[in-house]
Design a protein around this ligand. Sequence first.
Ligand SMILES: C[S@@+](CC[C@H](N)C(=O)[O-])C[C@H]1O[C@@H](n2cnc3c(N)ncnc32)[C@H](O)[C@@H]1O
Length: 307
Amino acid sequence: MNEPELLQRLRNADSNEAWVEALAAYFDSHGLVFGHGTDNAADEAFWLLRHLHEWRDELWDTPPDRSLLDPLVDLAVRRVRDRRPLAYLLGEAWFAGLRFKVDERVLVPRSPMAELIERRLAPWCELEPGDRVLDVGTGSGCLAIAVAVHCPGTLVDATDVSADALAVAAENVAQYRLHDRVRLFNCDLFPSEAARYRVIISNPPYVPVSEFESLPPEHAHEPELALRGDATGLGPTLRLLERASEYLLPDGAMIVEVGDGAEALTKTHPRLPFVWVEFGHGGHGVFVIAASDLRRREQGGSGSGEQ
Ligand SMILES: C[S@@+](CC[C@H](N)C(=O)[O-])C[C@H]1O[C@@H](n2cnc3c(N)ncnc32)[C@H](O)[C@@H]1O
């Protein structure tokens, strides 16, 4: 479907549902790749229109607002022409039921960990007010802020090596007025300030170098630092595993996303008892590991044995 055909279909449509169908058909006809907040053309089309409605529910059942035709087509055409993720075109992403400001300085939030956070990390942890949480590689701040919002009273530290990413995270912290509970640190993995956390969460970069170049064009708009791991993709995760116990309370736990690296990690660390989280809304490759198991490994006990 070309642009004039899209325009024609939108002009002939008499409902917002029909607009979404037309947009979805346009997206599908151009072979877009989804996965930056949606996983299909219809959801992406719905998101685009709802954004232009400023998420006002009452506008859904009214006839389509013709004044939105130009911005709608403009955004749809740019999505197809530039293969830029819709989140960047709109400057917003939704994560754990919350809206975040995003731009090309940060990964588009999409971790399946949203589901865990929305249920306050149950059954893996019971976060209480006053508990401290560390988010390593915070990007937009989505995990850190979602924890602070969904687990009231928790104190969250969030780190990133990218000062650019932290500038976006700071905007999101301000948006949710969380200055008193979410602190941002520009550092490599762990903050220098001595602290012990109940939970460490992280979605580190984990795409192996060999796969990075062949990612769909949408990913080229995201920061390389957010996606590209080392040769195996597991480098940042291995560094986290090595040092996390220094920063965890004895009964704490670490939750890390490694995506397709799950199999390799299990193979190289056969005696570390990773628990792989099962998600109801899709996603995989997230493990939970207890601080006690990390500590046993250091002491050469039952958790050790991996290379
Ligand atoms: C996959 S993105 C995750 C962003 C965000 N947590 C999310 O889930 O959307 C990884 C983030 O880790 C940051 N990062 C990469 N290496 C790091 C390191 N050694 N220490 C701290 N942050 C790092 C990147 O800049 C990027 O923002």
